[in-house]
Write a protein that binds this ligand. Structure first.
Ligand SMILES: NC(=O)c1ccc[n+]([C@@H]2O[C@H](COP(=O)([O-])OP(=O)(O)OC[C@H]3O[C@@H](n4cnc5c(N)ncnc54)[C@H](O)[C@@H]3O)[C@@H](O)[C@H]2O)c1
Length: 272
């Protein structure tokens, strides 16, 4: 539901051509923000921006590889030229395509090019976008910078070693933003996302993930975008330097919870 809580604000969402990023720009724009839809995939970014413009919203598609400092400075300049200011940066871009996920494996089988790419896009990209938006936010007297992190940056898993490492490092960035620029009105926060599937996954795997969520279902893009809109807006004006966990309780229960639940079910009991 539109609230107008971001009316007059300008937001950049990176990696907004697909998936959660695309939903985030839609929701930020629904709340009144003018949005920059930034992505390495310009065609996808253009489609998202065009669909928003067709609804009478202000949107700009920008092609940027966030791992390139040249691309990032050009992106910030384009958004400043078009909208005059930048109030919100959501560092959402991550390299997650099928080829990357196949090569970003367990440590002994890790393809180091995939590792380097995960760090370059997911971590360096967020640092670069943050570095180049801060001077503008300082001039304006404030802003909100958001980082998309993951449960995989907190808990060990079987694969995606580069992705997990990049997401773990991202947890420090909101704290640095808060400590270094909080007095000048810039807030930094992360959203630690559970599973809101954007890539095909086998049903058996989805079932395991569903069992481990403390909600009836896995997350939806809208549920994540609502948290991003909260962190972008003045509703969260006293929230900074922290990570808001939006994971349906995936990271909050004991490792034994699911097997215990199944054991009790098999015994025809609901608890010990
Ligand atoms: N979907 C989930 O369940 C989930 C869970 C935890 C965390 N996250 C995080 O949420 C964010 C979005 O994930 P998603 O599932 O929507 O992924 P996605 O793969 O659907 O979207 C990622 C987007 O980033 C873009 N991108 C890739 N490399 C880029 C680059 N170098 N520069 C600019 N853009 C680039 C892609 O083109 C794509 O549009 C990511 O940071 C991801 O780590 C997602």
């Amino acid at each position: 539901m539109s609230s107008g809580k971001l009316a007059g604000r300008v937001a950049i969402v990176t990696g907004a051509g697909h998936g959660l990023g695309a939903e985030c720009v839609r929701v930020l724009s629904e709340h009144g923000a003018s949005v920059a839809v930034a992505d390495i995939d310009f065609e996808a970014a253009s489609q998202v921006a065009e669909s928003l413009e067709a609804e009478g919203r202000a949107a700009l598609a920008v092609r940027a590889d966030v791992s390139s400092e040249e691309d990032v400075t050009a992106m910030i300049a384009k958004v400043k030229t078009r909208f005059g200011r930048i109030d919100v940066l959501h560092n959402n871009a991550a390299v997650l395509n099928a080829d990357q996920r196949q090569r970003d494996r367990d440590l002994a089988n890790l393809d180091m090019d995939a590792f380097d790419r995960a760090i370059a896009v997911n971590l360096r990209g967020a640092v670069l976008c943050t570095k180049h938006v801060i001077p503008l936010m300082l001039e304006q007297g404030g802003g909100s910078i958001i980082f998309a992190t993951s449960g995989l940056g907190m808990q060990g898993d079987m694969s995606l070693s580069g992705y997990a490492t990049s997401k773990a490092a991202l947890l420090m960035l909101p704290k640095l933003v808060a400590a270094q620029y909080g007095k000048q009105g810039i807030r930094g926060n992360a959203v630690q996302i559970g599973l809101a599937p954007q890539h095909p996954m086998p049903e058996a795997l989805l079932e395991i993930m569903r069992d481990n969520h403390c909600t009836p279902e896995l997350g939806t893009p809208r549920q994540i975008a609502d948290v991003v809109a909260f962190l972008a807006s003045d509703e969260s004006s006293f929230v900074t330097g922290t990570t808001l966990v939006a994971d349906g309780g995936f990271g909050s229960h004991t490792p034994s919870l699911v097997p215990m639940r199944k054991l009790f079910e098999a015994m025809g009991r609901s608890s010990m």
